[in-house]
Design a binder for this molecule. Structure first.
Ligand code: NAP
Length: 291
């Protein structure tokens, strides 16, 4: 079994981006990070994004509207950012508090600045095998993680557990694109799938994006399979200062000895998501400032 070190691979990408940003003439790329409310996971994700942007030389603007902001007010804020020539990328941290319609908010971001890639235009471009848009950061991060770990998807059976707009669905589309780095045969499972364990056992590459702690157990994994654990679940642990520990959607202790390669949680997919957000921000800057 080989551990796929997402921290190391993400650090390599961050170093490459730092070099690319240092070489830019004029002002540096700018990423607006909008966070509504105090969801603890969102607070820590936005902090991490801010810190990584600073490491690369990307300017970040953290915007914290009042937690009771209405949908029209949030649209107006996004309109201002869409029109601001000093802002290259916009990310609205999910989840947004009720009753805000999160999808409508993602759709409101100008496609040219939608560096999280969750608007209709950028998601649609994945389905059209069109590289000009922004691929949502977690699926893009998984593709990069696989490529940099020497995993070739072409001809492989990829089983994705989870069909969310954020992870499972766009990853499935990416893996089946008609491109040398993709060309996989993809099965997507979800909560209504019959015979999920048997399908998972057929996977050469198994992607777990479920949001259920340690859902994938050893009996669901073919010996030698590549296992990518997207899950980030906080489970109570009174022995820790934080009161919780992070576990993935894969039961690591039993699955790891069986897997060919596997990502840990934390330190697998998570850091890649942040690195790919920065890559998208640089791409947005370049598209808006052609040399
Ligand atoms: P989500 O929107 O809740 O989607 C979960 C998916 O799993 C849904 O498609 C759901 O099926 C399916 N599912 C739930 N229970 C199931 C079951 N018992 N059997 C089969 N399928 C089941 O979650 P998400 O946003 O995709 O996130 C998934 C996990 O990844 C979470 O732990 C999240 O925190 C983590 N995540 C990590 C990163 C990162 O950067 N590392 C980024 C994003 C998300 P239905 O569609 O039928 O409901």
């Amino acid at each position: 079994m080989e551990l796929i070190d997402g921290n190391k691979i993400a650090a390599d990408i961050v170093a490459e981006l730092r070099g690319a940003v240092a070489a830019l003439p004029g002002r540096k790329p700018c990423l607006a990070l909008v966070r509504v409310g105090e969801d603890p996971a969102s607070v820590s994700y936005v902090k991490k994004k801010e810190k990584t942007a600073a490491e690369i030389g990307i300017e970040s603007r953290v915007i914290l509207p009042p937690p009771a902001i209405t949908q029209p007010e949030l649209f107006a804020l996004i309109d201002r950012l869409n029109a601001d020539p000093a802002v290259d990328g916009i990310l609205v941290q999910s989840p947004l508090p009720e009753p805000i319609d999160e999808l409508a908010v993602f759709r409101h971001i100008a496609p040219a600045k939608d560096v999280d890639g969750l608007g209709t235009m950028n998601l649609g471009k994945i389905a059209q095998d069109d590289d000009s848009g922004f691929v949502c950061c977690t699926p893009a991060g998984i593709m990069e993680l696989l490529a940099r770990s020497g995993v070739r998807l072409a001809g492989k059976h990829v089983v994705v557990i989870g069909r969310s707009l954020l992870v499972g669905k766009p990853f499935a589309l990416l893996a089946m694109q008609k491109k040398p780095e993709a060309n996989a045969t993809v099965t997507v499972c979800h909560s209504r799938t019959a015979g999920l364990a048997a399908l998972a056992r057929q996977a050469d590459v198994l992607i777990a994006a479920i949001g259920r702690p340690e859902f994938v157990t050893a009996d669901m994994v073919q010996p030698g399979a590549i296992v990518i654990d997207v899950g980030v679940n906080r489970v109570p642990d009174p022995a820790r200062k934080t009161g919780y520990r992070l576990v993935g959607d894969v039961h690591f202790a039993s699955v790891a000895p069986r897997a060919g390669k596997i990502t840990p949680v934390p330190g697998g997919v998570g850091p890649m998501t942040v690195a790919l957000l920065m890559q998208n921000t640089l791409k947005a800057y370049r598209q808006q400032h052609p040399a």
